[in-house]
Design a protein around this ligand. Structure first.
Ligand code: GTP
Length: 360
C-alpha cells in the first residue's frame, strides 16, 4: 500500500509561522508534524510515501531525504503552481501502482490506518473517507451518507442550524487507483468541491468510515495550541503525557511555581524564580529568565524569554527574543527570529514577524 501526504499548501492561516517553516514541518512537541505522520504510516506497514509539495519543499526534503533512514521510500513531486487537493494526486499518477491512502498534511488523529484498510475491503466502492463527529459542523465539510455508509452528498460549511449532519470530512482517504481517471490533468482541482461530487454522480461508490478517534486540524493557531494541550493532558494518545516530559525535564527541578503538564526539550534553562505552566512546551535550548511567566504556550527552539517578561496563550517561533518586562498576551503568534523589545506590551492576538517567506 502507498500513501500520498498532501504537503503543498501555503498554510496562510498559520502565518507568520509558515513564512519560516512550511506547515508540515511545524513542530508538535518539538518534532516536525510530518515526522509524526510518517511514523504512523510506517507503523501501519505503509513505507512507500509520495509527497506532492510546492511551498518550501527544500525544508521537507532536507529533513527526510529519500526516507531510507526511516526505512521508507519517499518520492517528492514538486508543483510549479499549486494544483489543489485533487490536482496534486493526478500529478503523481505515474508513481501510484494500486490502492492508496491520501492524508491531509495537517491532521493529528489517532485513526487506525489498518482498520481503515479492512473497512474498505468490507465496504468496497472506489473509495473510503474517514469522518468524525463534531459539535459544530459549520466550519467543516459535512458528509451525508446512508446506513450502509454510502455517501450521497457533501455540504461545505453549512450554517449550524441547517447542517444535515454533524459528520465531517476528516481528511484521510483510501482510494482505488481508478479514481485518478476521474481527475483532469494539468490544472488546479479541489477534491472536496470537484472530485467527490463527480464520484458520487458516477455511482462508483464512495463510502464513509466514521470513528470516535481523537482528531484535530492544525491549520489555525488556536487549534495548534489545543492540540498541544490535548497531547500534554493525554487526550490525544502520544508518548509524552501528563508530567514533565522530554529530555529537558531536569532543568525544571527546583522551580517553585511549576504547574503541570509541561514538556521541555534538551538544553532548556529556566530560572528558579520563573512561573511556568500549565500547558507549556519548551523547545530545544529555550532560556527563561528570572520572574518571567510562561503559561499555555508553545515555544520553539532557541527562544529567549528575558526577566519579568510574560507569554500567555501564544506560539513563539524559533529564536525569538521577548525582552525584559515585555508582555505577549493571549493569542500571540510570533514569527521566527522576531525581537520583542524590552518593556513592549503587545495587544491580544498579536502577529509579529516576517511578511513573506524567509530562508533560515
Ligand atoms: P491555509 O492556507 O491556511 O488554508 O492552509 P493550506 O494551504 O495548507 O490549505 P488547507 O489547510 O486547506 O490544505 C489541506 C491540505 O492539503 C494541507 O495538507 C495542504 O498542505 C494540502 N494542500 C492544499 N493545497 C494544495 C496544493 O495545491 N497542492 C498540494 N500538493 N497540497 C495542497
Amino acid at each position: 500500500m502507498q500513501a500520498i501526504v498532501l504537503v503543498g499548501g501555503e498554510g496562510t492561516r498559520l502565518r507568520p509561522l509558515t513564512y519560516g517553516t512550511p506547515k508540515p514541518m511545524v513542530p508538535i512537541m518539538g518534532v516536525p508534524f510530518l515526522a509524526r505522520t510518517m511514523e504512523r504510516l510506517s507503523e501501519a506497514g505503509i513505507r512507500d510515501v509520495i509527497l506532492p509539495a510546492g511551498y518550501m519543499p527544500e525544508a521537507i526534503r532536507q529533513y527526510f531525504g529519500d526516507g531510507s533512514q526511516l526505512g521508507m521510500k519517499i518520492t517528492y513531486v514538486i508543483e510549479e503552481t499549486p494544483l489543489g487537493t485533487a490536482g496534486a494526486l493526478k500529478n503523481v499518477e505515474q508513481h501510484i501502482t494500486g490502492p492508496f491512502f491520501v492524508l491531509n498534511g495537517d491532521i493529528l488523529t489517532s485513526l487506525d490506518l489498518r482498520a481503515m484498510v479492512a473497512e474498505h475491503e468490507r465496504k468496497g466502492g472506489i473509495g473510503l473517507l474517514h469522518l468524525i463527529r463534531v459539535e459544530d459542523p459549520s466550519a467543516f465539510g459535512c458528509v451525508v451518507h446512508d446506513e450502509s455508509g454510502r455517501i450521497s452528498a457533501f455540504v461545505e460549511k453549512p450554517p449550524r442550524e441547517t447542517a444535515p449532519t454533524n459528520e465531517i470530512n476528516a481528511g484521510t482517504y483510501l482510494f482505488k487507483r481508478e479514481i485518478l481517471d476521474m481527475i483532469p490533468a494539468g490544472r488546479n482541482v479541489s477534491i472536496e468541491r470537484e472530485t467527490f461530487p463527480e464520484v458520487i454522480a458516477s455511482g462508483k461508490g464512495l463510502y464513509a468510515y466514521t470513528t470516535d478517534d481523537y482528531w484535530i486540524d492544525l491549520g489555525r493557531p488556536e487549534q495548534y495550541l489545543s492540540a498541544h494541550v490535548d497531547i500534554l493532558t493525554g487526550r490525544m494518545p502520544m508518548l509524552e503525557t501528563g508530567r514533565v516530559s522530554g529530555d529537558g525535564a531536569k532543568a525544571l527541578e527546583g522551580i517553585a511555581d511549576l504547574n503541570l503538564p509541561i514538556h521541555a526539550d534538551a538544553g532548556v534553562t529556566v530560572d528558579p524564580t520563573a512561573v511556568i505552566g500549565p500547558n507549556v512546551v519548551l523547545g530545544t535550548g529555550v532560556t527563561i529568565g528570572p520572574r518571567a511567566t510562561v503559561r499555555n504556550s508553545v515555544l520553539w527552539d532557541g527562544v529567549r524569554i528575558e526577566e519579568e517578561a510574560s507569554v500567555e496563550g501564544s506560539i513563539i517561533a524559533s529564536d525569538v527574543v521577548v525582552g525584559a518586562g515585555a508582555k505577549v498576551p493571549v493569542g500571540g503568534v510570533i514569527g521566527h527570529d522576531a525581537v520583542i523589545e524590552p518593556g513592549t506590551v503587545l495587544g491580544p492576538d498579536a502577529r509579529i514577524g516576517a511578511t513573506q517567506p524567509i530562508q533560515r
